[in-house]
Design a protein around this ligand. Structure first.
Ligand code: ADP
Length: 254
């Protein structure tokens, strides 16, 4: 799937999504730069999570969903006939709002995740390498056989990030990854996202505009299933082109 000349990791073309007859996404045309952080903002129910789930075909799991248009990963349409959604999810990892480690040891969360995704190698080394990349190694290196559920919420979320990157994705989707966390854990994850963008394209849904301002290179403003504005975060926040964006940013609705 990788094309090193591509400026954009992900592009959507005329993407619409219906839950039965209700249209939740309307003709979305967005491009996401490689190895940048992009934030999706907008009021609750405007389609941010639905959009995020289109990028790794998670919506396939919902029966009422119908999709029109295309999602291109490095010019490869992930919705074309014959594409295996499981393979797509190996290229596009996901981290959820609520940390969801497997009810297994810290070590097995990574080792088992790699095994079921066909990653081979020295698991001891790979577990250490990925826990280091997720900034968790020092805190857990002496208790790798302890249950992942014994970790704090922030540590569990970093474990989920380690588990996602252990599969070697190009893209990491994050759906409000810090909204269940305290401010210190949130800062640690935000710093981690900043580091991860050296190697990954990251798209994050956040209801926290300050967070978007801190970590996102680009921001898209969603409203009622449409993208009202997309651009560099500073431009969208300080010099928005659309009156609706301005009203949302300045807190007049949402
Ligand atoms: P956001 O992430 O911006 O809060 P969502 O993507 O969760 O918005 O929701 C967008 C719209 O799609 C909402 O009207 C929501 O009720 C609807 N929706 C979300 N998930 C489902 C689902 N599984 N079945 C039916 N409608 C859904």
């Amino acid at each position: 799937m990788k094309d090193s000349t591509s400026q954009f990791s992900i592009r959507t073309k005329h993407l619409s999504l219906f839950y039965d007859d209700a249209r939740a996404l309307k003709n979305i045309n967005l491009s996401f730069h490689e190895k940048q952080v992009s934030a999706l903002i907008g009021p609750s129910g405007c389609g941010k999570s639905t959009f995020l789930r289109c990028i790794n075909r998670m919506n396939d799991l919902i029966q009422s969903v119908r999709i029109e248009g295309s999602v291109l990963l490095d010019d490869f349409d992930i919705y074309q006939a014959g594409v295996d959604p499981v393979k797509v999810r190996q290229h596009v990892g996901m981290v959820f709002q609520k940390p969801n480690p497997f009810p297994k040891s810290i070590y097995d969360n990574l080792a088992w995740g790699m095994k079921i995704n066909g990653i081979t190698g020295d698991y001891d080394e790979l577990v250490e390498h990925n826990l280091k990349k997720a900034g968790l190694w020092e805190e857990v290196k002496n208790k790798l056989k302890s249950s992942a559920l014994s970790l704090s919420g922030g540590q569990q979320q970093r474990l989920c990030i380690a588990r996602a990157i252990a599969i070697n994705p190009q893209i990491i989707l994050m759906d409000e990854p810090t909204s269940a966390l305290d401010p210190i854990s949130t800062t640690i994850i935000e710093n981690l996202i900043e580091e991860l963008k050296q190697n990954y394209t990251i798209i994050i849904v956040t209801h926290n505009m300050q967070q978007a301002g801190r970590i996102a290179d680009f921001t898209s403003f969603f409203l009622l299933g449409e993208v009202i504005e997309h651009g560099p975060t500073s431009q969208l926040f300080y010099n928005p082109e659309n009156k609706k964006t301005e009203a949302y940013i300045t807190g007049r609705f949402g």
